[in-house]
Design a protein around this ligand. Structure first.
Ligand code: ADP
Ligand code: MG
Length: 352
């Protein structure tokens, strides 16, 4: 079921590889679609990190690069997943102190930085709340206020202690647990693009669930076309982005949720109150050359809501663009992608 859902997301946010007609949107998921140059990528599809993934690399070293990419994904999954009791993150959550790999260290450091930069809209210490709501076991539960409140007291990011000389991370608060689910997939797609580059690949793409990262341009020299899923209209796009060398990462409450007594509860929680974020946005797409940043910010801006997200963009030194889809079905995008994003919907552009 989860697989099917992830699969359908993939079809919707698919790279539009072989369109000879500029206005045509190709929703086929076939990766061996013939391009203008008849170039066929080396391609691999697999299931990891709880989602459906696909890596495509064009050029001579393609097979080698996609094999290495799959290995890298499995490695990162095994050290970062909260669902695996042997992962570094699970051991850290259990023992409150853990020697970690360079990948985990770098992700935790980045998470702390982004948490501070977003005034805690992004907060990896959310894990005890994810457990309380049942998102970690799928035994979903709507907690009472007095069950949520005590957990909010154990989410101070400053209680994460990092000792780089020992490669060690520890928690000053024994009730603290972390979850890198909002940033790990973006980090992973960035690492895959690095692997592609190391193997002299000039053109490639990575799809991890709804997240896409592209390397270079398409082999025929044209820009990649990334369809942004419309969360409410299945099989529809909010619009299409023409781009190169970018991560395009979307967060939305529609991706993982449950319904109880007619009310739907989703998996992106607002750290300020412990409830699913409900701040006027249906989805947030971030476009950036930094996949890790794009993933963390897609979650952050979704939590912030429209006004704070726009404000954050204007003031932030981070290099990114956004596509916000509001609960009242309006599209708001940042000026950096004005010329490369097209949609049938009205678009409001926000200047930096
Ligand atoms: P997805 O992983 O479904 O593509 P996100 O990147 O937005 O979507 O990440 C959502 C995941 O991040 C949740 O499943 C949970 O593990 C974690 N999470 C939820 N709320 C927050 C938050 N406010 N800050 C950081 N991580 C969060
Ligand atoms: Mg995210």
């Amino acid at each position: 079921m989860r697989f099917l859902k992830a699969f359908s997301v993939l079809i919707l946010i698919i790279m539009l590889v072989g369109c000879s007609n500029e206005n045509e949107v190709n929703t086929s998921k076939t990766t061996s679609t013939t391009t203008v140059n008849d170039t066929i990528p080396a391609s691999k599809e697999f299931f990891a990190m709880d989602t459906y993934m696909e890596v495509d690399a064009y050029g001579d070293n393609g097979e080698k690069a996609v094999a290495k990419a799959e290995k890298e994904v499995n490695k990162l999954d095994s050290i970062l997943s909260t669902g695996k009791s042997t992962s570094e993150i699970s051991k850290l959550n259990k023992n409150k102190k853990q020697v970690v790999s360079a990948d985990t260290m770098s992700l935790i450091k980045e998470s702390v930085k982004i948490s501070k930069a977003t005034n805690s809209a992004f907060n990896p210490t959310i894990y005890p709340l994810m457990e309380l709501w049942g998102f970690t076991t799928k035994n979903y539960y709507v907690p009472k206020d007095n069950e949520i409140k005590p957990l909010l007291n154990h989410m101070d990011i400053d209680n994460i202690k990092i000792d780089e000389s020992k490669n060690e991370v520890s928690f000053k608060d024994s009730n603290m647990k972390i979850d890198l689910g909002a940033i790990a997939k973006g980090y992973t797609s960035s690492k895959i693009i690095d692997i592609f580059k190391e193997n002299n690949i000039k053109s490639g793409m990575v799809t991890l669930g709804g997240n896409v990262q592209v390397l270079g341009k398409k082999p025929d020299g044209s820009l990649w076309k990334v369809g942004i899923q419309n969360p409410i209209g299945e099989d529809e796009y909010l619009g299409v982005l023409r781009t190169s060398d970018k991560a395009v990462i979307t967060s939305g409450g529609y991706e993982r949720n449950f319904t109880k007594n007619g009310k739907t509860y989703h998996h992106i929680l607002d750290p300020s109150n412990g409830y699913p974020a409900n701040n006027g946005l249906t989805s947030v797409t971030i476009v950036s050359s930094d996949g890790t940043l794009a993933d963390a910010l897609s979650t952050s801006l979704f939590v912030m809501g429209k006004d704070k997200a726009i404000d954050f963009y204007k003031k932030s030194n981070y290099n990114f663009d956004f596509i916000l889809y509001s609960s009242d079905n309006k599209l708001i995008i940042s000026d950096g992608i004005e010329d490369i994003f097209s949609s049938d919907l009205d678009i409001k552009v926000v200047n930096k």
